[in-house]
Each structure stands twice: as C-alpha cells, then as structure tokens.
Ligand binder design. Structure first.
Ligand code: C2E
Ligand code: MG
Ligand code: MG
Ligand code: MG
Length: 295
C-alpha cells in the first residue's frame, strides 16, 4: 500500500505516522539513559506444574518506568532497543539481575529441584558473540546452577543467522544452561531446526492456548505441538493460560508446565518471594531431631 502511495508521489507520510516516528525517536533517545538512571526493573511470572500446582520457576520480564510517560510496555520498547543495539547492555543487566534473584530464592527456598529462572534473550545478544561469556560470568558471580537458568529465544533467531546461533547455543548448552524456544509455533522452525539446536523446552505460544475452547478436545495444532515436544523428549510450557477449561484440557493433553493469568500475573520480586514462602513444603523444612528414647 505504501509502495502504491509512493508511486503517486503524494501524501506518503501521514500525520499519524509522523507522531509514531517521533515517539519512536523519543523513546530511543530516552532508552540511552534508562539503564544508568535505574528505570528498569524485573517482574517474575510463576511457572506452575500441572501435576501438583506447585511453582517450579519464574520467567523474568522487563519493565521500564519512564519518568514522564510511566510504564512503557516491553512490546513497545524492546524492538526499539533491539534496533538501536541498546538491548545488548540492557540484556546483560537483565541476565545479572535475574540470576541474583534466582540465587537468593534458591537459598531461601531450597527444593529438591532448584527453581528455574527463565530469561528472554534477543537475536542481537546472540549475534554479538558476547552472550556465552556473560552467562558464564553471571553464573560464577551468583553461584546459580547452570541447569536452573533457562534462556528463551524465538524461532526468528534460529532462522536469521542459523550458523552463529547454533554455535552460541551449543556453547551455552555445553555449560549446562537450558534453552527454550519462545512463542513456539509462530515462527519458521521445523523439525530439523529443533534437532540441530539442542533445545530443552518448547513454550507454546499463547495464541494457540487461546484457541482451546472445547472442553472435550484440543485443537489439532495444540495436540500436535504437545505431541511433537513429547516425541522429541522436550519439556513443554503452555503460555497464556487464562481459563480453567484451558488448564483442564492441557492437563488431559499431558502438558507438564503452564504459565498464565489463571495462575498468576507477573509479580514484583517481594510478592513472588512471599508466594514461595507460602508454598514451602513440610518435607523441605529441617527435620526435627528424633526425640530421645528414655524408656
Ligand atoms: P514473552 O517472552 O512471550 O512473555 C510472555 C508475555 O505474555 C509477557 O508479556 C506476559 O506478561 C504475558 N502473559 C503472561 N500470561 C499471560 C496471559 O495469561 N494472558 C496474556 N494475554 N498475556 C500473558 P510482557 O511482559 O508484556 O512481555 C512481552 C514480550 O516482551 C515478551 O514476550 C518478550 O518477547 C519481551 N520481553 C520481556 N522482557 C524481556 C527481556 O528482558 N528481554 C527481551 N529481549 N525481551 C523481553
Ligand atoms: Mg519469554
Ligand atoms: Mg512467549
Ligand atoms: Mg512473545
């Protein structure tokens, strides 16, 4: 459409486009200082095991509190940060902050399988070639077990620069870090990609979960994605579970893990911490010394 308008040479640039471009430029300018000004924070959305309802981990999600605009959603500013290269230092901060939080929670709330912390990673961070060293440094600094760090990448990353991505992911995997494909099913990855990239987890995109409306039957695509994951021996996380019907259907499909507003919105750190304290299992508490037998 814009091509056509361009040919006729007239009003290609509409006022609403002008304001969109200006807003983008403004956000890009303001993003430059946001890290130093400590305007970023992370919120944490619980990942729940369907078998027993327990929180097994969290996904760290970035929030930007803009001094005058208020909360700017990541869907708006992350693409701008990606285009400008700022996602590189911001992503490094996210990684460190999420790992420090995970280390604290793992110490305070020990469990047989340590809590997982999922961190979103952009294509740019992978293509910079710096990610592996950053991850290694963060793991060493925080003492977090590599297997409790789950890096989420989208299929786009794998398609755009498959060779570099494969090398980067192979290095991370060799160090024990786990890898997830985010928004799975919306991109271009095929079975061969999944094998080539040694991923551990598939996160089924919430658009597919939203299509679950029949209590007796999952849509073919949902059934197929869960089945595919199982065949490949991958863990499956269903994203964006909002209704009990969806939860029950996913349980019937034998999907392991779920995430969504039905269970919890993303939480401030203190609230997530309180949730963990609340679910501390009796079995994980120190066992009281056996009473002396004074027969
Ligand atoms: P994502 O990684 O797929 O994260 C899931 C998004 O779905 C989050 O939006 C979450 O709040 C939202 N969500 C969770 N449960 C539900 C639900 O039941 N219903 C609905 N409608 N939505 C749900 P959020 O926090 O706005 O993040 C949007 C996207 O921004 C993320 O999608 C991710 O692609 C990106 N993002 C967020 N944090 C980071 C980050 O630290 N680094 C990078 N590179 N990208 C990030
Ligand atoms: Mg994600
Ligand atoms: Mg997702
Ligand atoms: Mg997404």
């Amino acid at each position: 459409r814009s091509k056509q308008a361009g040919k006729s040479c007239a009003t290609v640039f509409q006022p609403h486009m002008r304001s969109a471009v200006l807003e983008r430029m403004r956000l890009q300018t303001d993003l430059v200082d946001a890290l130093a000004a400590e305007q970023f924070r992370l919120v944490y959305q619980p990942v729940v095991a369907l078998s027993d309802g327990r929180v097994v981990g969290f996904e760290a999600l970035l929030r930007w509190d803009h001094p005058t605009l208020g909360a700017v959603p990541p869907g708006t500013f992350v693409p701008i940060a990606e285009d400008s290269g700022l996602i590189e230092p911001i992503g490094r901060w996210v990684l460190g902050e999420a790992a420090r939080t995970a280390a604290g929670w793992q110490r305070a709330h020990p469990s047989p399988v340590p809590l997982t912390m999922a961190v979103n990673v952009s294509a740019r961070q992978i293509s910079s070639g710096l990610l592996t060293d950053q991850v290694v440094a963060v793991l060493a600094e925080t003492g977090v077990d590599p297997s409790s760090l789950l890096l989420e990448i989208t299929e786009t990353v794998l398609v755009e620069d498959p060779e570099r991505a494969a090398e980067c992911l192979r290095q991370l995997h060799a160090r024990g870090v786990r890898l997830a494909i985010d928004d799975f099913g919306t991109g271009w990855s095929s079975l061969s990609y999944l094998r080539q990239f040694e991923v551990d987890v598939l996160k089924i995109d919430r658009s597919f979960i939203a299509s679950i409306t029949d209590p007796d039957e999952a849509p073919d695509i949902v059934h197929g994605l869960v089945e595919l994951g199982r065949t490949l021996g991958l863990e499956i996380i269903a994203e964006g579970v909002e209704t009990e019907l969806q939860r029950d259907r996913l349980r019937a499909e034998r999907c392991d893990l779920v995430q969504g507003y039905l269970f919890s919105r993303p939480l401030e750190r203190a609230d997530a911490d309180a949730l963990l304290r609340q679910q501390q299992p009796a079995a994980a508490l120190p066992v009281p010394a056996a009473p002396l037998d004074d027969r």
